[in-house]
Design a protein around this ligand. Structure first.
Ligand SMILES: [Fe+2]
Length: 212
């Protein structure tokens, strides 16, 4: 089995947050971006349920939006390869999802990500970089990360995420959307004893409720 993704059985159904209908996003071509969201967008039952497994979530809650034909660029949620685990729920077309990549030998990181008016913008730059996110007074676990152009990487796994999932966000990943409506996700960075929950630990802790 892979160390990138598992579906996870939640004992309840989480509706798509109504807030997504009114969030204003920049009109970018091939838009795929991640924004910080307030805690009240997150269904409290998720946090309680994770807590019953001794797992908490970083207070830095995120949502991603990928328009038809768009993509969130190939990136890590950390500044180096790791096995950090995120919990995500996606709402969108059945031909949209997440891809995982491996950098080719000698691949050069090329994307920088920054925050503008509370919105995380991805911008292509030349050469190496390592950036820090504007903390804006938020408790952030992830404070910098890096990405690559897809041409610098090999695709290793692809999944339509129509059910709640655990993902390994410490490996290069991106989104795709071949449908005709927006894809939205919420994602929580999972913590155990205030440290990143490692993907193999997550598989063990949630072994009775994960599949595929
Ligand atoms: Fe990510």
């Amino acid at each position: 089995m892979n160390n990138l993704h598992r579906f996870i059985n939640l004992p309840f159904i989480v509706d798509r947050p109504h807030q997504f209908d009114t969030i204003k996003l920049p009109d970018l071509p091939n838009r795929g971006l991640t924004i910080k969201i307030e805690e009240n967008v997150i269904d409290k039952r998720i946090l309680e349920w994770l807590g019953s497994y001794g797992i908490t979530a970083s207070k830095f809650y995120e949502a991603s939006n990928t328009i038809p034909g768009g993509a969130v660029c190939v990136h890590l949620d950390t500044d180096q390869l790791s096995d950090m685990t995120k919990f995500i729920i996606a709402w969108g077309p059945s031909n949209s999802g997440t891809r995982w990549w491996e950098p080719k030998k000698d691949a050069i990181p090329r994307y920088v990500t920054y925050w503008e008016n509370g919105i995380e913008i991805e911008k292509l730059v030349q050469g190496d970089y390592k950036c820090e996110l504007d903390k804006r007074g938020n408790k952030i676990v992830t404070d910098s990360y890096l990405g690559y152009e897809p041409e610098q990487c090999d695709l290793i796994y692809e999944k339509v995420l129509t059910y709640p999932s655990l993902i390994n966000a410490g490996r290069l990943h991106s989104t795709f959307n071949h449908g005709n409506e927006d894809r939205w996700t919420i994602s929580l960075t999972l913590l155990k004893d205030k440290n990143y929950l490692q993907f193999d630990e997550a598989l063990e802790i949630f072994k009775d409720v994960i599949y595929e």
